[in-house]
Design a protein around this ligand. Structure first.
Ligand SMILES: [Cu+2]
Ligand SMILES: [Zn+2]
Length: 217
């Protein structure tokens, strides 16, 4: 609510779309779902699913569910343009950006429609560390070894948000696009990094899935 003018203009954009929407599904509710799978970056074990519900009376789309297998802390969450996971999360394209804006926070005027900010993963469950010790030589006099630690992150992020710019219908529908969770925090465009205004410098795409229509029943 810091920038009411921006919210109003976002609302008016959606109201334009809602005339066609009402014809499409008079009185019905629109629901979507995404199942999140690991990205292709090494030890990623990200999973979970999110549900989408478009409230056609307010224009808000509500997003709820869990993302699992995250390291504790903040992780950038975005809608990316393409529902294409043929090359893992890397083929989902840039942030969904129908209004040709710069990257920002969800409550900014200047934001991509797909900018959903950050989710916070807890330290739920196990965070196991395995140590593998290799002895390249059995010669006791040269007891060389390499120590490798592998951390399995099992943090869970409980997601509950609502947003006006991610409808499930109309010309700017997010259906068929991808939801992506990142390794690092999204700096919300404020980090001063060369990537801040395009991606929030949120790092690797460690999990993603394609948003599909779900039975409204
Ligand atoms: Cu992203
Ligand atoms: Zn963005």
């Amino acid at each position: 609510m810091r920038r009411p003018i921006g919210l109003l203009s976002a609302l008016s954009v959606l109201k334009k779309g809602s005339a066609g929407k009402a014809k499409m599904s008079a009185g019905g509710s629109l629901k979507g779902v995404v199942r999140i799978a690991s990205g292709d970056s090494g030890n990623s074990v990200v999973g979970g699913s999110l549900n989408f519900f478009e409230d056609q009376s307010t224009g808000f789309t509500h997003v709820s569910g869990k993302i699992t297998g995250l390291s504790p802390g903040l992780h950038g969450l975005h809608i990316h343009s393409f529902g294409d996971t043929t090359n893992g999360c890397n083929s989902t394209g840039p942030h969904f950006n129908p209004f040709k804006k710069l990257h920002g926070a969800p409550d900014d005027v200047e934001r991509h429609a797909g900018d959903l900010g950050n989710v916070t993963a807890d330290e739920h469950g196990l965070r196991a560390t395995f140590s593998l010790i290799f002895y390249p030589s059995c010669n006791v006099e040269s007891l060389d070894y390499i120590l490798t630690s592998i951390c399995l992150s099992t943090g869970v992020a409980n997601v509950s948000l609502k947003d006006l710019q991610i409808p499930l219908s109309g010309p700017n529908s997010i259906l068929g696009r991808a939801l992506v969770v990142h390794a690092d925090p999204d700096d919300l465009g404020r980090g001063g990094h060369e990537l801040s205004k395009s991606t929030g410098n949120a790092g690797a795409r460690i999990g993603c899935g394609i948003i599909g229509l779900q039975s409204a029943a």
